[in-house]
Write a protein that binds this ligand. Structure first.
Ligand code: TTP
Length: 628
């Protein structure tokens, strides 16, 4: 997706670092088995065909010419001594928890110095502006005097490349007292990053590489320039030269159709080539946002903020079924959806316990082919619905989403089909604050915000049906989907479509709310903040009720106005105030919440419900699909 093409703020330039772990899965495996340190090593995926596809290659193995695009057998040919480690597996697919947890360890160390955004399993952005300003003001009179070896080893773009004197050249640049304020800030940023990288090494044994620049885009480009265990600084004066030779295909957003169009239609090969086009021309050719964004990147302008986010934005579990493994029956799809949903359920439960947050949206993505290839370009549509906690419910909902998508995919004539990848994703997390009053305030505030917010274009945007296979845990690189079979997810990349263009919606017959969201329910089913279909993510929104399977009634309806999706196809009453009725709280869900929240809620409910709470409900009791 193309970021909003905003200008950078007039505020002093920021100091942003992008930290990327080196051959991450290999390092994690080498920490687990230190005998592998220093030896050529690669991690291979679950599918062991031809030795398994390589997903991470250690730097020792790279010197022999081993590449990620190879399979194990091929790697053995170029490097007979290579150690091939298979990713851990569970439920017939890769289990990446070992690597996720290692990534979290690193994040907690890096978060010490400024706003920190976990961008993928092994990448982090840091906004070090305040820390750099502080450092600079503390040493303004004396200037930077002592710098350690790690900082001296920095690469500073735009400096003369004289290998013999490199240390001196870098030291002079870092310590220059009459340098431009922006460069001094970057120098401080480089010192901070070098320290952080040392801390990561000491505490985890992992090395990482970093880019330090005035924005996220430049920092990211820079971190990949010198690896492993090095850092690269991008002073403003070097941006033009950097972008003049930076291939557009290497920009994350330009790897697809837009990149091809720029190359073929405008003859653009490097980002700097875009400088020859005016903003108006680019806006005319593409659209206002994309045109502005292209104009900005040609100049190294990027206003994206570092989001203060230490936790993943979503949890996705996926698997590919290449070639003859394609799933061709509902039963095999159901089998794999069950496996994926089990894993997803475990991960969101662990997340709830650890981070006190709940996911709001369940999305199903798939790629598929069909036998009548008349419209072979038709993509398998992605579908979302509100997420109900509990493995059985997630499975049930995921399968219904699949069913809807499949019907749409094979319509109108119907056809034999085969699914080549499947994934389920939980997203749109909401924090559950502690403190009874704060819970209620939180619910009330969130609800009234949802009720009162005018429906802006973003809110009205819906998933398109254009799918791109992206790598879930490392969104920066797109690679052959058949290679990392366990971890691809398909993401909608088509431009958002206005909902009022006519979208299908699903009328919900919510006869009995028995999910965790009942806990957040108000009198009016349409005003539940978590059960309410979220317009900005849901195209054809199917909200399943908790009725038993055979009673489930889900109906697709057309909504030309699409003011807001409600359970009864009426625009939500925007002025209605939030009411929280204790009678509507499903007591059975309370036991599933974090202990402190359970206590607070019980306290709050005492006058109304204490008597009824005497019965002890078990998690199985609550989440049983047939429970009424
Ligand atoms: P990357 O950061 O892309 O690569 P890397 O850390 O292995 O190596 P580098 O030093 O060049 O950055 O990916 C991080 C981890 O994500 C990687 O160790 C393994 C995993 N991964 C896959 O499983 N499949 C893929 O296709 C890619 C690109 C990565």
């Amino acid at each position: 997706m193309i970021p909003i093409g905003r200008p950078e703020s007039h505020r002093e330039k920021r100091v942003i670092a992008h930290i990327d772990m080196d051959c991450f899965y290999v390092q994690v495996e080498q920490r687990k088995n230190p005998k592998l340190r220093g030896l050529p090593t690669a991690v291979v995926q679950y599918n062991s065909w031809k030795g398994g596809g390589l997903i991470a290659v250690g730097y020792e193995a790279r010197t022999f010419g081993v590449k990620r695009s190879m399979r194990g057998d091929e790697a053995k040919k170029v490097c007979p001594d290579i150690h091939l480690i298979q990713v851990p597996t569970a439920r017939g697919k890769a289990n990446l928890n070992l690597y996720r947890d290692a990534g979290s360890e690193v994040v907690s160390i890096l978060a010490a110095e400024g706003r920190c955004e976990r961008a993928s399993i092994d990448e982090v952005y840091l906004d070090l502006t305040d820390a750099a300003e502080r450092m600079l003001s503390e040493m303004s009179s004396v200037g930077i005097q002592e710098i350690d070896e790690q900082v001296i080893k920095s690469h500073i773009l735009g400096l003369p490349k004289n290998a013999d004197e490199m240390d001196k050249i870098v030291k002079d640049w870092i310590c220059k007292t009459d340098a431009d304020h922006q460069d001094k800030l970057l120098a401080c940023g480089a010192i901070i990053v070098a320290r952080l990288r040392m801390n990561v090494l000491k505490e985890t044994t992992f090395t990482c590489s970093a880019g330090i620049a005035h924005n996220k885009m430049l920092a990211k480009l820079a971190s990949a320039m010198h690896k492993p265990a090095q850092q690269t600084i991008v002073p403003s004066s070097s941006i033009k030269e950097l972008l003049a030779s930076f291939p557009i295909k290497k920009m994350k957003q330009l790897g697809g159709k837009l990149g091809v169009s720029l190359e073929r239609e405008l003859g653009i090969s490097f980002v700097g080539d875009l400088l020859q086009y005016s903003k108006e021309k680019l806006q005319d050719r593409y659209n206002i946002n994309t045109g502005t964004w292209l104009w900005n990147i040609a100049r190294g302008i990027n206003a994206e903020e570092v989001q203060g986010r230490l936790l993943p934005k979503s949890h996705g579990c996926g698997k590919t079924f290449a070639g003859s493994q394609a799933l061709k029956t509902a039963a095999t799809v159901e089998h794999w959806l069950n496996e994926l949903c089990e894993e997803l359920n475990e991960r969101i439960q662990a997340d709830l316990e650890k981070n006190k947050r709940v996911a709001k949206t369940l999305t199903l993505h798939a790629t598929a082919f069909k036998s009548n290839n008349g419209d072979f370009q038709k993509k398998f549509p992605s579908k979302s619905c509100p997420l109900r906690y509990g493995a059985a419910k997630i499975k049930e909902d995921a399968f219904k989403l699949f069913d809807f998508s499949l019907k749409e995919f094979i319509s109108p004539q119907g056809a034999a089909w085969g699914v080549t990848s499947l994934s389920v994703t939980a997203s749109k997390f909401l924090a559950i604050p502690s403190g009874t009053s704060s819970i209620l305030r939180f619910l009330s505030e969130n609800h009234s915000k949802q009720q009162s917010s005018s429906v802006d274009s973003d809110e009205l945007s819906i998933y398109g049906t254009d799918l791109e296979i992206v790598y879930e845990t490392s969104p920066k690189k797109k690679t052959n989907s058949s290679i990392h079979e366990e971890s691809v997810i398909c993401r909608s990349i088509s431009a958002p479509t206005k909902c009022n263009k006519k979208s299908n919606k699903i009328k919900q017959k919510n006869k009995e709310a028995c999910s965790i969201f009942k806990y957040f329910h108000s009198n009016d089913a349409s005003s539940s903040i978590l059960n309410e279909p979220s317009v900005n993510e849901v195209v054809e929104n199917y909200t399943s009720s908790c009725q038993p399977e055979n009673e489930c009634s889900v109906e697709l309806i057309e909504d030309p106005d699409c003011n807001e999706i409600t359970s009864n196809n009426q625009p939500a009453n925007k002025t209605e105030s939030w009411k929280y009725n204790a009678d509507n709280i499903d007591l059975t869900v309370i036991d599933e919440l974090p202990l402190e929240i359970q206590n607070e809620l019980k306290e709050w409910l005492r006058p109304y419900k204490q008597a009824k709470m005497a019965k002890k409900y078990s998690i199985a009791d609550y989440f049983s699909p047939s429970k009424k």
